[in-house]
Each structure stands twice: as C-alpha cells, then as structure tokens.
Write a protein that binds this ligand. Structure first.
Ligand SMILES: [Zn+2]
Length: 453
C-alpha cells in the first residue's frame, strides 16, 4: 500500500488528479450517487457519473463515500499556553486524520485569544502547520473576564467569524446582551457556553440517580437549561446570531425547539460523547469521563438524538479538549474536565447515529459538513466546481478499534479506548492539498512516476 508520504508527493506533483468510483454525498447540492471528480492543481474541474479522461494521478475510491470536507466548529488547541496537551500543529493533524478540513478553535488559551495580535498568531501558526484550516474563535469579553467587550471590529477584520467566552459562560446577562448587539454589528456569530455557574459550582458529574449512588457532587440539568433560556431570550431581544455549544440535556433541546418555532435566530450543536455515553460511565470513577457539561442520563441522550433527527440540533462538534496524562491521572474532583474527540467523531457518529439509530449517510454529512459550514460562515459547505477541493472520503462500514496511542493528537484522554466503531476516515483533501490517506489505491501515470522518481 502507498505510504502517506509517497501519496502526498504524487499528489503535490500531479497537475491533474482523477478521484474515481466514489459515492458522492453532498446534501447542499442534492447529490447522493456515484460520481468521479477531476481536479486540476487542487481545484475541482469536473464532477460526473463517469470521467474517461486520463490524469497524472488516479485515485481509486470504489466502495468509499466522498463528502464535502467535514468541519468541526468547536475544538480546543491549547496553543498558546498549553502546548504540553496540544499544539496547533498536532491538533490540526488530528483534524486531518479524523476527516476534518476546517476547525474553529476556542479562545480559552493562556493568554486568551482576545486581540487582533493573538488571532494573527493562531492564523500564522496554522498556516505553517497546515494540516487543516484553523479559524480562531475570539473571546467576546477581554481576558474572558465577562465585563468589557473585545474589539470586535478589529477581530472581524483579522478574519474572526465567531466570538465566545467558551470554557466559561458570560455571567452577567447585561454584558451578554451587549455582546449579542455588538457582534451583530460586525456580523459575528456568538457561541454560548451555556452554564449557570451558581448551579454547577462544585459538581463533577450529572446530578441524578448515579451521582446519588456514587456519592459525587452533581451538576443539575438546570445549570444548562437556565443559561440556555436566558441566552435565547437575549437573542430574541437583540436579534443577534446565537449558537448554543455542546447541548447535553433534554431541557436544552426543548427550549431550543421552542425558540426555533418562534423564529429566533439560534443554532445549536451537540458532541459525540453525549450520544454514545451516559452518566453511568462515572461508576468507574475514571476521570476520562469527566467533561463539562457532564455526561447526562439515558433520557437526555435519547432527547439529543431526537433533536438531531428533527433539526432542533443543527450539527455535531467534537469539543475536542486535550489534557496531559499528568493532569487527567488524578481523582475525579481534581482532574480537569474534557475529552479529545477529533479522531473518533466520524467513527462514533457513524456507529451510533447511522448504524444503530438509522440516520442516513446524507444526514451524517449534513451534521458534520454542511451545517457547520453554514453556521459559522465557511464557504463552500459543498463540493463546488472551480473551488479548491475540500473533501472527506470515508468508509461508513469499516470496523476499527480505537487506539489512542496511534492518534496524531498529543493528548490521550479519549473515553472510547478499545471501542470497536464502524466508520473510518480514509482520505482528506484540504484546500486542494492531501492531508490524510490510509489504505487508498493511488495509480500514478508513467510520466508522474518518472517526474517524482
Ligand atoms: Zn464550552
């Protein structure tokens, strides 16, 4: 089999590339059928049922699905300040392996990303690391302290598409109102980490049956729903564009459903771990299961799946939150909350939503590629002629065992260790460049072989 390095060399040297025999799923373009794709210098020149033209490089995708590049609008890359756990380079490599071509990273770094200079730092780093396009989400308040708004005009000019104090909520409702108003002026999305801190303080897991049995301090569902209710009302008041991050509760889904029915401009995401795990996992007292918001009850999990099914929840985001082993190998109460996710999202979502819950592959692509791009404003969220190719090729039925030691991420805090998942990413193309391939047949022309020999 072709190594990634060799594939990348051929890919980079080829003037024309034919992606042959894959099944293209592009919900925004209404395509769900076998299609060949012809690339010239990384740009899409033709899409057709069968393309007979010769290319410098032919890539055989028979039996695989091709989708618009997957996007993850909620990840933590830990740089600057937390490079032991992750860097922009290792995090973007993890993204490429997981099938993502674009990711939005949260500003709760050290220092927080709250100025044009820090935004430019992240963009520069991402450009030289280069395995995925990285879009910094800037803080909505200075130092994420919750009182003074950031310079949103400057941030917007530097390329920021969304603001958030993620990692913590904006405590003061009046400040949140102003964030929504000000962000609207600069056409920025406001991402809400919906948590009422006075209700969540001290908790390590979901408050319910299992927290009682285990004798652990709980975080009630209301810590999330009270905050979501506030922010929905503020979005209604201001007309601002609100996106609710990592929805974990039944109550949250109900509130968002109601707001959408009233016509509020709100979108929402949930994360794979809330679909695959419940608070029962904490029985092990293993800190790998500590996350914020916490893993919830089985009934909450059902409600999230129903919310994804009827469109109340718009998309999936990993909330990839790397921590070092040293930080995580502590008692539950001392370990920081968070799990890594970019290299398991596709597998978990394919396994749980497609294979077990009956979601179509088209639904999956909508949740992982189309909607994330639409929500944050990435263009295009679809496979478009003329554009630099952003493509994710995956095998929805391929079974594999999760082995975090093989991950590109620096962190190992993965709750799916040893799980067998169906659905694996096989090839990723980001802005026309090959950023990941595994077990795909590459057929270079004689000319390309001589040229790269
Ligand atoms: Zn958050």
């Amino acid at each position: 089999m072709t190594s990634f390095a060799e594939a990348q060399r051929w890919w980079g040297a080829a003037e024309t590339i034919l992606l042959r025999g894959g099944h293209l799923i592009d919900p925004a373009a209404g395509i769900d059928e076998p299609q060949d794709i012809f690339l010239r210098r990384g740009h899409i020149e033709a899409i057709a049922g069968r393309i007979g033209r010769d290319a410098d490089l032919r890539v055989e995708l028979e039996g695989l699905c091709i989708a618009p590049g997957f996007g993850d609008i909620h990840v933590h890359l830990r740089e600057p300040g937390g490079e032991d756990a992750e860097t922009i380079e290792s995090g973007s490599a993890a993204a490429a392996r997981g099938g993502f071509t674009r990711i939005a990273c949260m500003p709760n770094t050290e220092p927080p990303i709250d100025t044009r200079g820090l935004v430019e730092f992240v963009l520069r780093r991402a450009q030289s690391a280069g395995a995925a396009e990285v879009f910094p989400v800037a803080a909505s308040t200075k130092r994420r302290a919750g009182d003074e708004l950031t310079e949103m005009q400057e941030l917007r000019e530097a390329g920021v598409l969304a603001v958030s104090d993620d990692g913590s909520p904006v405590r003061d409702a009046r400040v949140m109102r102003r964030v929504l108003e000000y962000a609207l002026t600069w056409d920025l999305l406001v991402i809400s980490h919906a948590e009422e801190p006075s209700l969540s303080a001290g908790g390590v897991m979901h408050e319910g049956y299992w927290s009682t049995v285990l004798g652990l301090e709980g975080i009630p569902a209301a810590a999330e729903s009270v905050a979501i209710a506030r922010d929905l009302r503020l979005a209604e008041l201001t007309g601002g564009r609100l996106h609710i991050a990592h929805v974990s509760t039944h109550e949250g889904v109900e509130l968002i459903r109601g707001a959408k029915e009233r016509g509020v401009a709100v979108t929402a995401e949930t994360a794979p771990h809330y679909l695959a795990l419940t608070d029962e996992s904490l029985r092990t007292f293993d800190s790998v299961y500590r996350v914020n918001p916490p893993l919830r009850s089985a009934a909450d999990r059902e409600a999230l799946i129903a919310g994804l099914r009827d469109g109340t929840l718009d998309c999936i985001a990993s909330d990839h939150a790397p921590h070092t082993d040293v930080a995580k190998d502590q008692e539950l109460e001392a370990a920081p909350p968070g799990m890594i996710g970019m290299e398991t999202t596709l597998g978990v979502v394919c396994e749980i939503l497609h294979h077990r819950e009956g979601f179509s592959l088209r639904d999956l692509v909508r949740l992982c590629a189309t909607r994330p791009a639409e929500i944050i404003g990435w263009d295009p969220g679809r496979v478009r002629m003329g554009g630099a190719a952003h493509l994710t090729v995956f095998a929805p039925d391929q079974e594999w065992e999760v082995d975090p030691s093989a991950f590109a991420s620096r962190a190992r805090n993965c709750p799916f260790r040893t799980w067998r998942l169906r659905g694996r990413s096989r090839l990723t193309v980001c802005g026309g460049r090959l950023t990941h391939q595994e077990d795909v047949e590459f057929c270079p022309s004689e000319r390309l072989l001589t040229q790269t020999a």
